[in-house]
Design a protein around this ligand. Structure first.
Ligand code: FPP
Length: 253
């Protein structure tokens, strides 16, 4: 199979400095639609095309994982017709993604509380997860009805249940034990978190997992986000020194 050429923006960036797991807060669909005097849902539909572009990059460059914030725990407070249309868009999209799972050897994971998801969406989520369960290619992780605080509460509850049942000694709980009860159990933490739409906040996304993640905020609205914008974020990441609370080799002299 022919190798995909490395885009010019990344040509001088050694591959080992590329982020392997990218998480994205896809913001700005509503503003994009408003600028064009279109209904908000048109912004979400255009946002779907940006998702496709990002997935193509992940596949073409052989990245390990992308995690997309599609619907937050707080998004239920939006008008019901927007919620219904978004859920329909996700359902259609989950069905369409099946081809990618098979052809690209991709894995699909959904994170978030599942109890509130419409049955039709949950059915497609579970089908996709089953279909890609043994696949070893890129991981597409979709956060739907996701909240970082809720995830931490759910993990605490699960540990407390085991402690109360006498199957877990509270003194043995460490970071790894805790992480194993999160929705993201078994996944690596994101290297890079991109937020589009310019807001400087993390909005209850992956609170535990982004402790040492590099942040990149761009004013570009999500439907306008091009492959080139992703390459730029990756190149910016590659220039940074990740120290994880320690010192860089230059400082140790
Ligand atoms: C935030 O923009 C975006 C969302 C709440 C939904 C994200 C959904 C998509 C990108 C659609 C396609 C996704 C998949 C996975 C099929 P906003 O409405 O808050 O924008 P605003 O801040 O400009 O109002």
């Amino acid at each position: 199979m022919a190798e995909t050429p490395v885009p010019a923006t990344l040509a001088d960036v050694p591959r080992e400095r590329w982020p392997q797991h990218i998480a994205i807060i896809m913001d700005g669909n509503g503003r994009w639609a408003r600028q064009r005097r279109l209904p908000r849902m048109e912004g979400h539909r255009a946002g779907r095309d940006s998702v496709e572009r990002v997935l193509e990059v992940v596949e073409d460059l052989g990245l390990k994982q992308v995690t997309l914030y599609a619907f937050s725990h707080e998004n239920w407070s939006r008008p019901q017709d927007e919620i219904d249309s978004l859920m329909k868009l996700y359902r259609r999209n989950l069905v369409a993604e099946r081809r990618r799972i098979t052809e690209k050897n991709a894995r699909f994971i959904n994170i978030g509380r599942r109890d509130k998801l419409p049955a039709a969406v949950l059915k497609e989520v579970e089908t996709n997860e089953r279909l890609g369960a043994e696949n070893t290619g890129p991981v597409l992780c979709l956060a739907v009805n996701y909240g970082g605080r809720q995830e931490i509460v759910d993990a605490a509850r699960s540990l407390a249940r085991d402690a109360a049942a006498g199957t877990l000694d509270p003194e043995t709980i460490d970071e790894a034990t805790f992480a194993s009860r999160l929705y993201t159990a078994g996944q690596s933490d994101p290297d890079l978190l991109i937020r589009t739409g310019g807001e400087m906040r993390v909005s209850n996304f992956l609170l535990w997992q982004i402790s040492y993640t590099e942040l990149y905020v761009t004013d570009v609205l999500w439907p306008d986000f091009q492959k080139e914008d992703l390459y730029r974020a990756m190149a910016d990441y590659a220039r940074r020194q990740r120290r994880f609370g320690g010192l860089s080799p230059d400082d140790v002299r």
